[in-house]
Ligand binder design. Structure first.
Ligand SMILES: NC(=O)c1ccc[n+]([C@@H]2O[C@H](COP(=O)([O-])OP(=O)(O)OC[C@H]3O[C@@H](n4cnc5c(N)ncnc54)[C@H](O)[C@@H]3O)[C@@H](O)[C@H]2O)c1
Length: 274
């Protein structure tokens, strides 16, 4: 894909799923990669695949919730490559549980990774992206950042927050005339390990939930998702909807306004195993 040759791209959560596919597609397109994850085994697989392509790669264990480590990491990437052009704040986790039965700890954990991880990555890299003269922040939200469903209050909160944070940032960069583009990504169901890695509130079986997700909800491959995301980055889109489900559901929400809540709660009660 054009537009990525020689760019230094940072991808968090690059050991699996969308992050791994993004890193590989960026590598194929001529970018130099800085990849990270808490899953060092998955990360090593991505690193090997990038090396096989011949793409320059720096791989590090990084927990996106650790703010100081993220700041140090940003400095180390700039030191390694001399600049950084793009950050893909992709690392994320899923959790299912109604508000009534979810612990504060569970809700905070989702916010820490899915929202604060994005804030940490954006703020740690922003000065370097501005200094590059050609920067891009790509923050991964979800279709659950566009509408809410029962059982996903924690995840919805984090993904709505990512959307607000990123849409404000895009406008700020433009007003300040900073050379940094900003894109929010809203994937629909993507065939990754997210549901298999997910946790759930007491009384729910995460494995059963994962089966439903894998069978009924995940219909776009991570490779296809990566291509769609990178095409949107290349075109400097403010928002990218990934997959036919994301496009359709976005239209339903626009047409029905808050009425979508009645429709979606009925639909979810038919899909979910509880
Ligand atoms: N798969 C989907 O259907 C879907 C839909 C919408 C949004 N998303 C979002 O896409 C992003 C990527 O998810 P995926 O589907 O590829 O899932 P995945 O589970 O396959 O990959 C997520 C990666 O993030 C890593 N990670 C988790 N916590 C971390 C932390 N604290 N620090 C660093 N790395 C961490 C995991 O180890 C894993 O390698 C997430 O933000 C997710 O919320 C996914």
């Amino acid at each position: 894909m054009e537009g990525f040759a020689g760019k230094v791209a940072v991808v968090t959560g690059a050991g699996s799923g969308i992050g791994q596919a993004l890193a590989i597609e960026l590598g194929r397109s001529g970018a130099k990669l800085a990849i990270s994850d808490v899953d060092t085994e998955g990360l090593a697989v991505t690193e090997e695949r990038l090396k096989a392509i011949g793409a320059p790669v720096k791989a590090d264990r990084l927990d996106v919730t650790e703010r100081e480590a993220f700041e140090l990491y940003a400095g180390s990437v700039v030191e390694h490559y001399g600049k950084v052009n793009q950050i893909y704040n992709n690392a994320g986790i899923a959790f299912t549980g109604d508000v009534e039965v979810s612990s504060y700890k569970d809700i905070e954990r989702v916010m820490d990774v899915d929202f604060w991880g994005v804030v940490n990555g954006t703020k740690a890299f922003l000065p370097h992206l501005i200094a590059s003269g050609d920067g891009h922040v790509v923050n991964v939200s979800s279709i659950f950042g566009l509408f809410a469903v029962p059982g996903q209050a924690a995840y919805n909160s984090a993904k709505f927050a990512v959307r607000g944070f990123t849409e404000a940032l895009r406008q700020e960069m433009a007003l300040a005339k900073h050379p940094v583009k900003v894109t929010t990504v809203h994937p629909g169901g993507i065939k990754t390990a997210i549901a298999r890695n997910a946790t759930a509130a007491e009384g729910l079986d995460p494995q059963e939930l994962a089966k439903v997700f894998d069978k009924k909800l995940a219909n776009t491959t991570p490779q296809r998702a990566a291509k769609i995301i990178l095409e949107a980055v290349r075109k400097n889109k403010a928002r990218v909807l990934v997959g036919p489900d994301a496009k359709l559901l976005d239209i339903v929400v626009r047409i029905t306004g808050s009425g979508y809540q009645r429709l979606f709660s009925t639909a979810m009660s038919r899909i979910l195993p509880y």
